[in-house]
Design a protein around this ligand. Structure first.
Ligand code: SF4
Ligand code: SF4
Length: 284
């Protein structure tokens, strides 16, 4: 069973829900449970889990390297590159690949008539494995600062999912390719939102994405209690089940800012996460 926890924007409580669900299942579920932080630009589950780092696996791709001795500065590689990742100044006999813009597509080496471009391995990120209660029950993908190949790091991270039990994927915020790479893996998508105009706007985008890829889904409302009826009206009109609500409380905000897992601090929230999991199992 793979559960993706997603939200249309950052800061809505996605990590609160991922880590809360992980905590609850580790405490009460018999089968193995794994949490994988796929928010590779800013993985932050580790702040809440205080887990022991076990190992790191580099994530590499084939990057082009230009041999300036062979290059005739014909410009074919630069014209072909859809990502403007090649800088060429023929007068100065200068040509270089900007690695942070390169998408490692291989087109430049394919078109080079002089065989002046070879592909070399370049590291773009890493996968960190941790021990929370057992080895590798928590992992995270982490992209190198400035690199743009999030989806590559995510896809590599997703290769290390455990085969049995429950896997919780903390998806990146938004609705672009990296998020789609995560939610397509899931059996059920938990969409986290908050009762505000911004929360509703981003939820609509996320809902469209999830529907297009035809995934079972439900909503957890964080900061519930803020009066914003349009959110509830929208959920009703779209037949989206509310599978849990985390009340808006100053105390909860403080727990989160201190890096504490909510259901570990409040018994009522432990019950809330129990009901969330029950709803996921009934809806899958
Ligand atoms: S590998 Fe692709 S993205 Fe990178 S420089 Fe070559 S053509 Fe551009
Ligand atoms: S295609 Fe090859 S020869 Fe032409 S500019 Fe690029 S690297 Fe140089």
């Amino acid at each position: 069973m793979i559960i993706a926890v997603a939200s249309g924007k950052g800061g809505t409580g996605k990590t609160t829900v991922s880590t809360g669900l992980f905590y609850y299942l580790k405490k009460y579920h018999q089968d193995p449970v794994q949490l994988v932080d796929c928010d590779v630009e800013e993985p932050d589950c580790h702040i809440f889990l205080d887990a022991e780092w076990i190992s790191g696996i580099p994530v590499s791709v084939s990057m082009p390297e230009i041999n300036k001795e062979k290059c005739t500065f014909c410009g074919k590689c630069k014209e072909t590159c859809a990502f403007n990742a090649i800088i060429m100044l023929p007068a100065a006999e200068f040509i270089e690949v900007v690695n942070d813009m390169c998408h490692a597509c291989g087109a430049c080496s394919y078109v080079c008539p002089e065989d002046a471009i070879r592909e070399v391995s370049g590291e773009i990120g890493e996968i960190n494995n941790y021990r929370w209660s057992v080895d590798n029950d928590f992992s995270e993908g982490r992209i190198k600062v400035g690199n743009t190949l999030q989806t590559r790091v995510i896809r590599q991270t997703l290769k290390y999912l455990q085969k049995e039990g429950v896997v919780i994927l903390d998806a990146p915020p938004g609705t672009s390719c990296p998020v789609v790479a995560v939610v397509t893996k899931a059996d059920y998508v938990v969409m986290v939102t908050e009762p505000t105009p911004f929360g509703l706007y981003d939820l609509k985008l996320m809902n469209e994405t999830v529907r297009q890829i035809n995934k079972k889904h439900g909503v957890v409302i964080n900061k519930a209690g803020l009066q914003y009826d349009p959110l509830y009206q929208y959920l009703d009109s779209q037949n989206i089940p509310i599978i849990g609500e985390i009340p808006f409380k100053r105390e909860y905000a403080r727990f989160c800012s201190e890096g504490k897992i909510l259901p570990a601090e409040d018994k009522k929230l432990e019950e809330t996460f129990g009901r969330i999991f029950e709803s996921i199992m009934n809806g899958k």
